[in-house]
Design a protein around this ligand. Structure first.
Ligand SMILES: *Cc1c(COP(=O)(O)O)cnc(C)c1O
Length: 381
């Protein structure tokens, strides 16, 4: 009885949410999709929604993308694909990376497209399809230089015809992944594109989707677009490196916010938070923000990250705790309930995702997908 009661309690989403949340501007997200669509040369556009759509919320983002007529959704594992199907998403879903043979049956059952990157697994897939009397759709992965997954080009030359002649498997696409496309004119990225083009020419005009470009490829290497691009970061409004391409008029649609939960005046020369790694200079005002590394807000923001309150930027004071951190606001006025922005804009001040990630010693990608499900997501249309 008790455990049922607890379960019910945990799942009750009518509770007033904790005052630390992520805000997603869906209208801006949709604008990003249309500017990408306008710029790419490929006929198809795959949106990467792995890792909870880079922290934006996989089901809501997939729904918005479906409304915009996205052709494909890209995920990294079976579980993510199933979550989308259970939610009612009917767009083709492609699961990246090497498959675990124990998941083949479920991948087929849930109508997910997936990678084949060895003869061994291709045979297992064919056997499973025959057993289930169900045809499955696969993409052959070729390693052109990322050296993560995918068969060597020489192997692809043998494996591709083998898959084509196998009735149980439908070969839908051939793909590879760029390792160094974060900025323009990278010689290795150009090598990879050349290699991929060679392979495509070698197989002639078959009705297959050839895809290579990630966000960097989409933004900086039109030659890499082929039949489909696979964009993650760019669709969420960020460029993968320091350089931007102004033709892609994307903007972030993600903000991280919380409400000040406590406020006090402390004396000069006292320590703040665990380990007292921050000490006050003068008598000062300390605000507490109810969000911490338990929400995925890195401990490495301690004494390095910033926060906006009442349109002013302040440094985080002392160690970030599991659920809270403190800010030294000096002689400024701050009240309990004030909105604190950790990523985003207040008035004329902005903390960009890139700047926040840099202050924690990481990259935008990692910060976005570490902010976890304890933070509620609020969607603005
Ligand atoms: C994650 C991923 C992408 C998207 O990368 P972005 O840099 O976010 O655009 C594309 N393709 C594959 C295979 C991936 O794993």
């Amino acid at each position: 009885m008790t455990s049922i009661h607890i379960l019910f309690f945990c799942m009750d989403n009518r509770l007033i949410p904790h005052p630390a949340w992520v805000e997603i501007d869906l209208a801006q997200f949709k604008k990003n999709l249309s500017t990408i669509k306008k710029n790419i040369l490929s006929r198809l556009f795959c949106l990467c929604v792995k890792a909870d759509a880079y922290g934006h919320g996989i089901c809501e983002i997939a729904t918005a993308a479906e409304e915009e007529g996205i052709n494909y959704l890209g995920v990294a594992c079976l579980k993510e694909g199933v979550e989308l199907r259970r939610y009612g998403i009917s767009t083709p879903i492609f699961v990246f990376g090497a498959i675990d043979e124990r998941q083949i049956k479920d991948l087929i059952k849930w109508g997910l497209e997936f990678s084949v990157s060895s003869k061994f697994k291709a045979e297992l897939v064919a056997a499973e399809c025959a057993k289930m009397k169900k045809k499955c759709r696969v993409h052959l992965e070729i390693d052109t230089g990322m050296r993560r997954t995918g068969v060597r080009p020489e192997t692809a030359v043998e494996l591709l015809p083998w898959i084509l002649q196998n009735d149980a498997i439908e070969l839908v696409g051939v793909y590879s992944h760029l390792a160094t496309a974060d900025q323009p004119n990278d010689p290795f990225a150009m090598e990879q594109i050349k290699e991929f083009k060679r392979l495509r020419e070698r197989f002639g005009k078959m009705d297959l989707i050839w895809h290579l470009a990630n966000s960097g490829g989409a933004a900086f290497y039109p030659d890499s677009h082929f039949d489909m691009v696979r964009c993650g970061l760019l669709a969420y409004g960020y460029f993968p490196g320091k350089i931007q391409n102004p033709a892609y008029e994307v903007a972030p649609c993600f903000s991280l916010k919380a409400r000040v939960s406590y406020f006090k005046v402390v004396a000069a020369d006292v320590g703040i938070s665990y380990g007292h790694s921050y000490r006050t200079n003068d008598q000062t005002r300390i605000a507490t923000v109810p969000l911490g590394y338990g929400d995925g807000f890195f401990r490495s923001f301690s004494n390095r990250g910033s926060v906006l309150i009442r349109g002013k930027k302040f440094k985080i004071a002392g160690s970030v705790c599991m659920d809270q951190f403190m800010v030294d606001v000096g002689q400024n006025e701050v009240y309990v309930g004030d909105e604190a922005t950790l990523i985003g804009t207040q008035g004329t001040e902005t903390i960009t995702l890139e700047e926040a990630a840099f202050s924690a010693g990481t990259i935008s990608y990692e910060l976005l997908c570490s902010l976890n499900g304890r933070l509620s997501r609020i969607y603005r249309k």
